[in-house]
Design a protein around this ligand. Sequence first.
Ligand SMILES: Nc1ncnc2c1ncn2[C@@H]1O[C@H](COP(=O)(O)OP(=O)(O)OP(=O)(O)O)[C@@H](O)[C@H]1O
Length: 296
Amino acid sequence: MNALATTGLGKRYRRNWALKDCSLSVPEGRVVALVGPNGAGKTTLLHLAVGLLAPDHGDVTVLGAPAGATGTMPRVAFLAQDKPLYDSFTVAEMLRFGARMNPRWDQDLATRRLAALDIPLDRKAGKLSGGQQAQVALTIALAKRPELLVLDEPLANLDPLARHEVMRGLMSAVAESGMTVMLSSHVVSDLVDTCDWLVVLNGGRVQVCGDIEELLAGHRLLTGPAEQADGVAARLSVVDQNRTDRQATLLVRTGSGRPALDPRWTDRGVSLEEMVLAYLRRPDNAALPRPALAKA
Ligand SMILES: Nc1ncnc2c1ncn2[C@@H]1O[C@H](COP(=O)(O)OP(=O)(O)OP(=O)(O)O)[C@@H](O)[C@H]1O
């Protein structure tokens, strides 16, 4: 079953479509990287997924039911971009609040996790560091024992060590529970070792959706003489290219296998960051399991 599926999903604010024609699916148990530039529609998509917004077009299904369905809410946890905690509550009071609000609450998980992180239960949330606040907010989301955990920019404003710690904590929770996680970020390098499913949003449209390993295996970076570049580009599906007078570099979608090339060309695999940036630079190109990106 898919943890999340959208069909022709659209959301507009007044006359502007923040999200348009968005069709994607995320199988259960995946850790999903949702990436895209500022204003791409990431927060809008996440809010639609957790039922905080209603679609203007199309459908969103979460864990087999329409997003926001009453029966699904206890199975979904959402951590908003600003990591909302009550500043004047102590950590212990935040946990009590979580316990009252959530029928599947796991107090033992919450206290063990916070003890391992050395976060004092008697400290007021407003007096914690940014990294500690992120960890408390994540702990509350995890103690809900969700089947789908949705995190909007969980690493924003954290230093590199805190980013690493948050991701490590998240990964051990995923390993224990098998839940599906969807997290948005601007920083692709933070997601490399963690995520196994990629969704790229750009200008309110889905540009890439799929298994990261398969996507990486299906793209190559070719370098060769500029005068032959048109011939090579005509045979292959070029995502992005960069040419000087003498040399051309093409990032191509091969599907699978390596393209046959003139010996003056070299080719190599691509990193996740190279692939994502190539698509973001070329919003008209797409890597989708279903029809290519519709033009505006
Ligand atoms: N409440 C709102 N009213 C009007 N327009 C909005 C509202 N929320 C978002 N938008 C617009 O919708 C588009 C998508 O915004 P959204 O916040 O979903 O993008 P995002 O990818 O999360 O951006 P960021 O990475 O900057 O957080 C943007 O053009 C934004 O200006």
